[in-house]
Design a protein around this ligand. Structure first.
Ligand code: AVI
Length: 313
């Protein structure tokens, strides 16, 4: 009989696979245990990390226009719901939303955030769905009179490879047929600004990156010298992305159970990509997946953009 694989077993399998491959890389989803999620919330408050506050300001300033695009009686689906702070700036302007469906893999977090949102919006029907939104999932049926609209803020699409981004957009275009998608992207900009955002002076992003190894120690009993790795984040201009790596300071070995993995000095485990987009480039990507371009909302420095994408009929 096939037993369902636990989150811990999945992490173990993916970490072993990552450490056995060359180049070594692992999905950034493993950053987000409880400690990592808390560190990410701190990142969002850092002076150097502009995306969160820029996107919040856009939602504050243009939330009414965005709600016009969404239309009345919508079923609003948030992909990868975190604290559910940003969606409030849409809900404040939406006309009689049919339901709000936040989708997230982290059940406890999702249910707590949904309950809190419910207290602030007592008339709103909230139907949280515990699921990995990149995998097939069943959304609640929607009423004839309204549309289904997706909300994917935070420039989280940037953490997908281009192939994964296409897979997600194709899936969303089907799921949101007749409606649309409101999505946040982080713009291509001066590399020094990007560098600062991922190398903050307080060292929070470094702790967030290094927490992946700490998590391996806590959950899988991994053995290594905690001072043996350093946070490395840089802009890869040809690929238009920030890359984060854990870089070995010297030749050393990580042990997990019976298995040993040797690192040469300077060798890295690639932990995250954060792709930056132009508006045209992203609209072209989305068009290839079935969406038509609609209004865009950017800050005056063109650092961050929210785009409306019309799903196919
Ligand atoms: C969640 N995601 C959009 C963040 C980003 O900017 O790529 C994660 C992050 N990594 C380091 N700092 C923030």
């Amino acid at each position: 009989m096939n037993m369902p694989i636990s989150a811990r077993q999945q992490f173990a399998a993916d970490l072993h696979a990552a450490l056995s491959s060359r180049p070594r890389n692992i999905s950034p989803k493993y950053f987000y245990d409880e400690i990592g999620s808390r560190l990410f919330e701190q990142i969002c408050e850092l002076p150097e990390y502009y995306p969160t506050r820029t996107e919040l300001a856009l939602l504050q300033k243009y939330g009414r226009e965005m709600a016009e695009c969404i239309g009345p009686h919508a079923q609003l689906v948030e992909y990868g719901a975190g604290a559910l702070r940003k969606v409030r700036l849409l809900l404040d302007h939406l006309r009689e939303p049919e339901a709000f469906v936040p989708v997230d893999i982290s059940g406890a977090h999702l249910l707590a955030a949904s309950a809190e949102l419910g207290r602030a919006y007592p008339g709103l029907k909230i139907a949280p769905l515990v699921a990995d939104f990149t995998q097939p999932h069943d959304l609640p049926p929607r009423r004839e009179s309204g549309r289904r609209v997706g909300f994917f803020p935070g420039s989280s699409i940037g953490n997908f490879t281009p192939a994964e981004a296409r897979d997600f957009l194709r899936m969303a275009a089907q799921e949101l047929r007749g409606g649309g998608l409101l999505i946040g992207i982080d713009r291509i900009k001066e590399p020094a600004l990007l560098h600062a955002a991922y190398n903050d002076s307080a060292g929070v992003t470094a702790a967030f990156n290094l927490n992946l190894l700490e998590r391996a120690r806590r959950e899988l009993g991994a053995e290594f010298d905690p001072d043996g790795f350093l946070h490395s984040a840089f802009y890869n201009a040809p690929l238009q992305r920030i890359e984060m790596h854990l870089q070995s300071r010297r030749a050393q070995t990580i042990r997990i159970g019976e298995t040993s993995y040797d690192f040469a000095g300077g060798e890295t485990l690639h932990t995250e990509n954060s792709h930056k987009y132009s508006v045209d480039g992203f609209q072209a990507l989305a068009a290839g997946c079935g969406f038509s371009a609609g209004p865009v909302w950017s800050d005056e420095r063109d650092w961050f953009t929210l785009l409306w994408l019309q799903a196919p009929d």
